[in-house]
Write a protein of this length. Structure first.
Length: 251
C-alpha cells in the first residue's frame, strides 16, 4: 500500500495549490453534477457527499454547490457531461488510469493524448491498464488529537468494515470495499476524529518503483494530466523514493 498511499498524500497536499487554479470550481461543479445524477441526496450518496466536501474546502459558494446539485438532478437545464476513462503508460513502465468529465469527447481525447506524448508516455487502448487498479473506498484522517489511541482507531475502522490501512508519516488512511466507505467514515467520526477525505477511488493493486530521470518525467506527466481541465481523477501505480518526491515538490 505504500506507493499509492504516498500518491494519495501528494494529491491531498496539492489541494492548496489546486485552490489557486481558475478551473477548480468548474471541475468541482462537473463532479457534483455527475454524482447528483445518480442520487441528489448527499446523505445516501457518499460520492456526492465527498464532492460537496471538496467544494466546501475550496471555498466554493453555497449557491454554486446547490445549483450544481439541481443540474445533476435535472431541475436546471445545463450542459450534459459524460464520464470517460483513459489508460496509458508513463516513464518507467508505470500504469496510469484517469477519469474525465467532458461535454466534448474528441477535445478531451486529443488533449490527453498530447499530454502523454509530450511527457514521454503513451496512451493505450481500453483495458490496457485498468486491470491493475480496483475501485475501493478510501478514508483518510486529518490531524489526530495528541495522545489518541491509534490502535483503537484501527480496531474501530476494522469493525466498521475497513480491510486495510496505511500509517504514512503519521497520516492514517483506511481502505474499504467500495460499498463500505460511509460506514467506516461514520464510525471514525463517532470516535471523535476528523475525516479529511472519504471517497470511492481507483487504487493500484501493486506498485512499480521508479527513480532518477524517469521519476521526474513521470511526475511532470501526472501533474500535467491532473491540470487538464476535463480530468477529475488521476491514479498511477508508482513508488518513488521520498527524496525524489521532496525534490519535485520543493522545486
Amino acid at each position: 500500500m505504500a506507493g499509492h498511499s504516498k500518491w494519495a498524500n501528494i494529491k491531498h497536499r496539492k489541494g492548496a495549490q489546486d485552490k489557486k487554479r481558475s478551473s477548480l470550481f468548474s471541475r468541482l461543479t462537473r463532479e457534483i453534477i455527475v454524482c447528483a445524477r445518480q442520487d441528489p441526496n448527499p446523505e445516501t450518496n457518499v460520492t456526492l457527499a465527498a464532492a460537496i466536501e471538496r467544494a466546501k474546502a475550496a471555498n466554493m459558494p453555497k449557491d454554486n454547490i446547490e445549483r450544481a446539485i439541481k443540474k445533476g438532478a435535472g431541475n436546471v437545464d445545463g450542459v450534459q457531461y459524460s464520464e470517460v476513462t483513459y489508460e496509458g503508460y508513463g516513464p518507467g513502465g508505470v500504469a496510469i488510469f484517469l477519469r474525465a468529465l467532458t461535454d466534448n469527447r474528441n477535445r478531451t481525447a486529443a488533449a490527453v493524448r498530447h499530454i502523454f506524448e509530450a511527457h514521454g508516455g503513451s496512451l493505450g487502448g481500453e483495458g490496457s491498464v485498468a486491470w491493475q487498479f480496483e475501485r475501493r473506498g478510501v478514508v483518510e484522517l486529518g490531524d489526530l488529537p495528541p495522545g489518541i489511541d491509534r490502535e483503537a482507531l484501527v480496531l474501530t475502522a476494522a469493525e466498521a468494515g475497513a480491510d486495510d490501512f496505511v500509517d504514512d508519516d503519521g497520516t492514517l488512511t483506511f481502505y474499504t470495499p467500495a460499498s463500505g466507505v460511509a460506514a467506516v467514515r461514520d464510525a471514525l467520526m463517532e470516535h471523535g476524529v476528523e475525516v479529511a477525505r472519504a471517497a470511492i477511488a481507483f487504487v493500484p493493486k501493486s506498485t512499480v518503483r521508479v527513480e532518477g530521470k524517469d521519476a521526474e518525467r513521470l511526475l511532470k506527466l501526472v501533474d500535467a494530466l491532473d491540470e487538464e481541465e476535463d480530468v477529475q481523477e488521476v491514479v498511477a501505480n508508482f513508488d518513488i523514493p521520498d527524496e525524489v518526491l521532496a525534490q519535485v515538490e520543493g522545486g
